[in-house]
Design a protein around this ligand. Structure first.
Ligand SMILES: Cc1cc2nc3c(=O)[nH]c(=O)nc-3n(C[C@H](O)[C@H](O)[C@H](O)COP(=O)(O)OP(=O)(O)OC[C@H]3O[C@@H](n4cnc5c(N)ncnc54)[C@H](O)[C@@H]3O)c2cc1C
Length: 259
């Protein structure tokens, strides 16, 4: 898995603090902004968090590149509606050599791993064979002179791949660019850093949190699973490790920690 924060609102704390001050000050916005410095901006950001006044943090946006994750993860992350996604297409990009994610549980079980790898190979073969068969059929239906045309050939290959991809597995690797504002990100971290979230999206969420904390520690100081900033809301599904999680997210500094 590769995760990188590639862009963000410049001075996110400052922008959020300016928005927040605008709500509570009778002064013109220019004056409000002139009075802000780095420390006071961070102070306002933390105050907002205490108040639960979340809309000003929507003014700070963060854009990530994510690579080497599964289509299974993609299905989960795209359920987060307050976000923008650009995903590598399986129509325009051939999957003839697709990579795949191996879940750690499978990697740790030699028999399961052998079966998993074998099935992936078979899916790759099936994809390539179906693409070739469909392409052959589509080309045979065209006038002979069109078959030599590069653009026609590319379009026919695309249409064949479009249906051949139905054999591709959930584990098939993908990549995407995603943008979320800080409010949506905090909701995402609350849900997906939680031990109840599935391992792959949890790992992604943690890596994303590390990235944004580097550029805006004040905005994301209390970000993480819900138990980091309050009681665990999971009821009977709780992992029972709230104290451990509070410590972990409080000390979180690099992506090397696991759990
Ligand atoms: C542990 C776990 C298990 C899950 N299991 C399943 C499952 O089995 N099946 C399944 O389908 N999904 C499942 N999900 C996905 C989950 O139901 C959400 O779709 C997903 O987490 C996105 O969360 P969200 O709606 O808060 O985020 P966003 O879509 O980004 O929305 C952010 C917030 O905006 C508000 N909002 C957005 N849209 C609306 C709206 N239309 N109406 C009212 N308010 C809105 C809500 O307050 C929401 O929390 C699971 C998620 C988790 C974390």
């Amino acid at each position: 898995m590769y995760v990188k924060l590639i862009a963000h609102t410049p001075s996110p704390d400052f922008v959020v603090a300016a928005a927040a001050r605008t709500c509570y000050s009778a002064q013109p916005i220019d004056t409000v902004m002139e009075k802000l410095d780095e420390d006071s901006a961070a102070g306002y950001v933390e105050m907002l968090s205490e108040f639960g006044h979340e809309s000003p943090i929507e003014h700070a946006s963060f854009t990530f590149v994510v690579e080497g994750v599964s289509r299974s993860l993609l299905a989960q992350i795209t359920r987060h509606r307050i976000a923008s996604f650009s995903v590598r297409s399986q129509r325009y990009v051939s999957e003839k050599k697709f990579g795949y994610v191996t879940p750690p549980q499978i990697a740790d079980c030699p028999e399961a791993l052998a079966l998993y790898n074998e099935i992936m190979e078979r899916e790759r073969d099936a994809y390539n064979q179906i693409t070739a068969l469909l392409l052959e059929k589509r080309l045979a239906a065209l006038p002979e002179e069109s078959r030599e045309d590069k653009a026609v050939l590319a379009a026919q290959r695309r249409t064949a791949a479009e249906d051949a991809r139905y054999v591709l597995p959930n584990g098939c690797e993908t990549q995407f660019v995603m943008t979320m504002n800080a409010r949506s990100l905090k909701n995402f971290f609350r849900l997906r850093c939680c031990n109840r979230a599935q391992w792959e999206i949890r790992e992604l969420a943690r890596r994303m949190l590390l990235e944004v904390r580097r550029v805006s520690p004040a905005l994301f100081r209390e970000a993480g699973p819900a138990c980091v900033s309050g009681p665990c809301p999971e009821g009977k599904m709780s992992c029972g490790r709230a104290a451990e999680m509070r410590k972990l997210y409080g000390e979180m500094e690099d992506a090397s920690w696991e759990n």
